[in-house]
Write a protein that binds this ligand. Structure first.
Ligand code: AP5
Length: 214
C-alpha cells in the first residue's frame, strides 16, 4: 500500500510507521529523518533547512518535495511506503499528486491520527532519540533498557532541539495553520481514514491495522 500518516507532532506517526513498515516490508519515508540526516551531513539542503527546523517552522516546500521525489525512486519503495510527516502543506500535497502521477502511481489511504493536545505535550517533552538508529524512546512510556542508552546500538540518547516546550508550542501553531487543512483536502478526495493517536503503542498499532483492513 501507499500511505500518508497525517497528524500533529507527537501523534506517534513515526513510532507506528516504523513498526508497521518493519512488519509488512514497506519503506518508511520520514521527511523529519531525511532532513535531520541532511543537517547532520551538512549538505547544501541541510544547511538551508537547519534554521527552519530548530525554530519549529516548516522547511520550504520545494526543498522537501525534491527530497521526497528522489527518495520515492529508490527500489525499497516499489513494494509500498508510508510517508510520515509529508505532505505538510496543501502545496506539498498538490506537488505530491503530480510526482506520483508522473511515476504512474497514486496514494491508497491517508491515515489521520486524531490526538489530544495534552498527550502531544507529554510525549514530546519526554521523547529521547538515538541519532544513529533513528529510534524514538520516551522517558516514561517507552524507556530504553538502560537509562539514556539506545537498546540497539549502545549510543547515548539525545533530546531533539525542537522538543523544548516553547518550540513545541510553535510547532503546534504551524500544524494548525499549515497542515490541518490537509484533513479536508484528503477527505474531499475520498482518501482519508481516521485512527486515534491517544492509544498506547500496541493498541495504536492494532487500530491502524484495522483501519487499513490488514
Ligand atoms: P518531524 O520529525 O516530522 O516531526 P513532527 O511532525 O513534529 O513529528 P514528530 O516526530 O514530533 O511526531 P510523531 O507523530 O512522529 O511522534 P513520534 O512517533 O516521534 O519534523 C521535524 C521538523 O522537520 C519540522 O518541524 C519541520 O521543520 C521539518 N519538516 C519535516 N517534514 C517537513 C515537511 N514535509 N515540510 C516542511 N518541513 C518539514 O512519538 C513522539 C514521542 O511519543 C516519542 O518519544 C515516542 O516514543 C512516544 N510515543 C509514540 N507513540 C506513543 C504511544 N502510542 N504511547 C506512548 N508514547 C508514545
Amino acid at each position: 500500500m501507499r500511505l500518508v500518516f497525517l497528524g500533529p507532532p507527537g501523534a506517534g506517526k513515526g513510532t507506528q510507521a516504523q513498526k508497521l513498515c518493519a512488519d509488512v516490508g514497506w519503506a518508511h519515508v520520514s521527511t523529519g529523518d531525511l532532513l535531520r540526516e541532511a543537517v547532520a551531513a551538512e549538505t547544501e539542503l541541510g544547511l538551508k533547512a537547519k534554521a527552519y527546523m530548530t525554530g519549529g517552522g516548516l522547511v520550504p516546500d520545494d526543498l522537501v518535495v525534491s527530497l521526497v521525489a528522489e527518495r520515492l525512486k529508490k527500489d525499497d519503495c516499489a513494494g509500498g511506503f508510508v510517508l510520515d510527516g509529508f505532505p505538510r502543506t496543501v502545496v506539498q500535497a498538490e506537488m505530491l499528486e503530480k510526482t506520483l502521477e508522473d511515476m504512474g502511481i497514486a496514494l491508497d489511504v491517508v491515515l489521520y491520527f486524531a490526538t489530544d493536545r495534552d498527550v502531544v505535550m507529554e510525549r514530546l517533552t519526554g521523547r529521547r532519540v538515538c541519532k544513529t538508529c533513528n529510534i524514538n524512546y520516551h522517558v516514561k512510556n517507552i524507556p530504553p533498557k538502560v537509562e539514556g542508552i539506545c537498546d540497539r546500538c549502545g549510543q547515548a540518547l539525545i533530546q531533539r532541539d525542537d522538543d523544548k516546550p516553547e518550540t513545541i508550542d510553535h510547532r503546534l501553531v504551524v500544524y494548525e495553520g499549515e497542515t490541518a487543512p490537509l484533513i479536508r483536502f484528503y477527505r474531499e478526495r475520498g482518501l482519508l481514514k481516521e485512527t486515534s493517536g491517544n492509544l498506547n503503542v500496541e493498541e495504536g498499532q492494532a487500530a491502524i491495522r484495522t483501519a487499513l483492513g490488514l
